[in-house]
Write a protein that binds this ligand. Structure first.
Ligand code: CA
Length: 224
């Protein structure tokens, strides 16, 4: 799953990034200042941080230092305000994985995001050797993004796949609507939204009605 944290105080730029990244299948959350960025980056809910260096509260340099100081596996792409070689070198030495100079073309940022996530996926796979998840009759291939139920290939959308992956990673565990909403759709999604219920209904149709159990008033659980 590709969950991106955007630390950017300029609303116009943050909105532009969110719109483009969501259109490309990513889940996005915006942190408007450095304090929020550090707290969210530590939540382990994100795969990549797009970090503007000029942030209020704590600036991007401080955020970079604090997040990297804890040795997070989070990928970081820094946005630098002007083409200052010194800044980019300093950012990379400080633990950023890549940088983009403002103003930038969205397609360039998108390409860099994809490279980072691909590298991270390869690194994770090497460390865990985990390429498939299986719970009972459901098998999910993380490499090919395919799902089989009773040995039949099932066609899932990006969000349906993400939701299935969460259930398979937490079999027999009650997952609240908020947890599912946060992990698949991002923190700033309307908590009153019934999108989770709609997607679970859809998944039951596609995977079979016996797998996902409703826990009244709380959320859902995958039967092992
Ligand atoms: Ca800024």
């Amino acid at each position: 799953m590709n969950r991106l944290l955007i630390a950017e105080d300029e609303a116009r730029i943050a909105a532009f990034l969110e719109k483009g990244l969501r259109a490309n299948g990513f889940t996005t959350t915006v942190a408007k200042n450095g304090h929020e960025a550090v707290a969210m980056a530590r939540s382990d809910e994100f795969d990549l941080l797009i970090l503007d260096l000029g942030l209020p509260g704590k600036d991007g340099w401080q955020v970079l230092e604090e997040v990297r100081g804890r040795g997070e596996r989070l990928r970081i792409i820094v946005l630098t305000a002007q083409d200052e070689v010194e800044d980019t070198v300093k950012a990379l030495e400080g633990g950023a994985n890549d940088y983009v100079t403002k103003p930038f073309e969205f397609t360039e940022l998108l390409a860099r995001v994809r490279v980072q996530l691909r590298d991270a996926a390869i690194a994770n796979r090497k460390s865990s050797r985990e390429t498939t998840l299986q719970v009972g009759e459901i098998v999910l291939d993380l490499l090919t993004r395919q799902v089989w139920v009773h040995h039949q290939l099932v066609d899932l959308s990006v969000k349906e796949f993400a939701l299935t992956e969460i259930f398979l990673r937490h079999p027999m565990q009650v997952m609240s609507r908020e947890q599912l909403l946060n992990r698949v759709w991002g923190y700033d999604y309307d908590p009153g939204s019934n999108v989770v219920d709609a997607y679970v209904k859809q998944l039951r149709k596609k995977l079979g009605s016996e797998f996902i159990e409703t826990i009244r008033g709380i959320g859902y659980r995958l039967r092992a």
